[in-house]
Write a protein that binds this ligand. Structure first.
Ligand code: MN
Length: 230
């Protein structure tokens, strides 16, 4: 394929000056609780490795991909641009999902949601137990590595449950993630071995419903205020 020529008005007059490798664009957020705080539902060792190694690797990967893209642009080398874009999407998605995941969990979690979130769950799923059934089945049914998700879908203005394979989304575009359950083996294998169902059962005891509701209120507000979809 021949080089893509941009309209002349968009041609830079000189080499862009921002070509400094953005190695610190993404940073690992600190946990707001001690790694042992989620025991017995999720072990301290699992949390420490999951956050300190796995999540940290996505942050490093995202920064590396961003830097490689910048180098490729600076060198006018487009040979692996799609692979780098894919690498960036994978690592940024891993970073974003884990950042949501940590705040979705709390030592004081479990029980049932309240307020607007409870009402939205009833409205979209009938009742909390039906939602819980669907979310659990979604988590157990992920083939290979991935996530179960609860999201606000702003076009139909409802909550939807879905799956994410690896860290890439198959949920509706434009949806806002509210609750995510990591079912990659690294999220449970040290403690639960191959028993993913036991991890998903434990997950319900540490869900931070106040955080999920905070995200719902923000998503609803954003979609109505900006009018992106209606
Ligand atoms: Mn993970």
């Amino acid at each position: 394929m021949s080089d893509i020529t941009l309209p002349s008005a968009n041609q830079p007059t000189s080499t862009p000056q921002q070509a400094v490798a953005p190695t610190e664009r993404y940073t690992l957020p600190a946990l707001s609780y001690d790694p042992a705080a989620l025991e017995p539902w999720c072990s301290a060792e699992t949390i420490a490795l999951h956050h300190g190694r796995h999540h940290a690797a996505y942050v490093t990967g995202a920064n590396k991909a961003l830097a490689a893209l910048q180098t490729a642009r600076a060198n006018n080398d487009w040979s692996s641009i799609n692979q780098l874009e894919s690498d960036l999407a994978f690592h940024v998605s891993g970073h974003v999902l884990h950042s949501i995941f940590w705040t979705n969990l709390t030592p004081d979690g479990g029980d049932r949601p309240q307020g607007e979130l409870a009402a939205a769950i009833d409205d979209s799923f009938g009742d909390f137990d039906t939602f819980g059934q669907q979310f659990t089945r979604s988590a157990l049914g992920v083939q290979g590595s991935g996530w179960a998700t609860l999201a606000w879908e702003p076009v139909g203005r409802c909550l939807v449950v879905g799956q994410i394979h690896d860290h890439q989304s198959t949920i509706a575009q434009g949806s806002n993630l509210l609750l995510v359950c990591d079912v990659w083996e690294h999220a449970y294998y040290l403690q639960y071995r191959d028993l993913r169902a036991d991890w998903v059962k434990a997950f319900w005891h540490i869900v931070n419903w106040a955080d999920v509701e905070r995200r719902l209120v923000g998503a609803v507000l954003q979609s109505s205020k900006v009018g992106l979809f209606t």
